[in-house]
Design a protein around this ligand. Structure first.
Ligand SMILES: Cc1cc2nc3c(=O)[nH]c(=O)nc-3n(C[C@H](O)[C@H](O)[C@H](O)COP(=O)(O)O)c2cc1C
Length: 367
């Protein structure tokens, strides 16, 4: 099946270090996602046969379409890693050209590689020769605002044989400071003969429908949207879900069960599951429903839930350490959240004293 066919019209679960782990992708599949991408795997580490890196290539049994994202800047190494990913069940392999983290960019990976279009062309060419599945790239708009190179980079990847291009509509320097530039994404979609998948700030179903209709993209991708509200995928077929706190808790319980199934329900597995649950809880608490006045919360502004509909909803909106630890522990123990810790003395959440917080204030770890 062609890559266009695989992704057409989908909202793809983005590659996310720590975030798009196997049990989380299974949760998204259960909620309606049909195209999903792994956490970033580093080709060099795969070559070194590191077990933890190999684990990132694992496909869930129920995953309809699974892409593996690779980071690397050596054509042969990337080709070898792509063949490995294909042999382990990947439906496509993606090259990371956007990771902003210094540790990786200093090695010439991620966004640093995105500054070298001709090298990207060679890498894609070599990977294409090594696999039969589709090869894609995931780019940003450029290194910084006065160094935009998205058209040149996307075209180089396509010349190398790329079957699709994911575009995160921000620069490396901007991180999450500004809203994604969907005009630039549309420009890439109009310029390329291959499917372009647009990415940035999608949180509610109407946003997905509007961007799909207006950008010319073949499909879209969401990262933080999936972390904050994994039920976004269900909303795409059934419309906005004014979800209750109990319904959310059911989803979090299901993630807990999938995590324990994956990492194991023994001491070691529970420690690992706990680490991931606690991390995810830091995104779950950011969910805010549509305002009574009809206003839609934006991904770019950390909005406070003013009028929780129940004690449970109030608890789930808390981002202080004590609440997040409590939610995590109880999900792993009884699943009952009826005795939350008091708010007052333990509040460490800057939202309460600084009002609205933006993405800029607390950059997430992001590739
Ligand atoms: C926690 C986290 C981890 C991420 N890890 C990766 C990664 O490994 N590879 C990658 O290409 N992008 C990574 N990203 C970037 C996302 O894939 C996406 O491009 C970006 O968050 C913009 O989408 P959004 O506005 O829907 O969040 C990560 C993002 C987040 C929030």
């Amino acid at each position: 099946m062609s890559f266009r066919h695989l992704v057409s019209g989908a909202l793809v679960v983005a590659p996310m270090t720590k975030g798009s782990n196997l049990p989380f992708r299974r949760l998204c599949v259960e909620l309606g996602a049909r195209v999903l991408v792994s956490e970033m795997a580093v080709a060099r580490r795969l070559k070194q046969r590191r077990g933890s890196e190999f684990a990132l290539l694992r496909r869930a049994p129920d995953e309809p379409c699974f892409g593996v994202q690779l980071a690397g800047n050596k054509p042969e190494e990337m080709a070898w890693a792509a063949a490995l990913a294909q042999s382990r069940g990947a439906d496509f392999v993606d090259v990371n050209l956007g990771c902003p983290i210094d540790h990786f960019t200093r090695m010439g990976l991620g966004a640093a590689l995105g500054r070298q279009p001709s090298k990207v062309r060679r890498i894609v060419e070599t990977m294409k020769a090594a696999v039969t599945v589709a090869v894609t790239v995931k780019i940003r708009l450029g290194w910084k605002a006065d160094q935009l190179n998205y058209l040149e980079l996307a075209r180089a990847a396509v010349e190398g044989g790329a079957d699709g291009v994911f575009v995160h509509g921000r620069t490396r320097e901007a991180r999450y400071r500004y809203p994604a530039n969907w005009d630039a994404i549309a420009e890439v979609a109009a310029a390329l003969p291959v499917p372009v998948i647009g990415n940035g700030d999608l949180l509610f179903p109407h946003e997905v429908h509007e961007r799909l209709a207006s950008s010319g993209c073949a499909a879209l991708m969401t990262a933080r949207g999936a972390l904050i509200k994994p039920w976004l995928f269900r909303e795409l077929t059934s419309g906005y879900w004014n979800i209750t706190a109990e319904e959310r808790l059911e989803i979090y319980r299901r993630y807990t069960a999938l995590a324990l199934e994956h990492w194991g329900d023994d001491e070691h597995g529970r420690t690992r599951a706990r680490e991931f649950l606690r991390w995810h809880a830091g995104f779950w608490c950011r969910y805010v429903p549509q305002r009574a006045a009809g206003h839609w919360p934006s991904m770019q502004v950390r909005e406070v839930l003013d009028h929780p509909r129940s004690a449970l909803e109030a608890l789930l909106s808390r981002s202080d350490e004590a609440a997040l630890e409590y939610v995590t522990d109880e999900l792993l123990n009884t699943g009952d959240l009826s005795a939350p810790p008091p708010v007052s003395a333990v509040v460490t959440d800057s939202r309460t004293d600084r009002g609205r917080r933006t993405e800029e204030d607390e950059p997430v770890e992001a590739g």
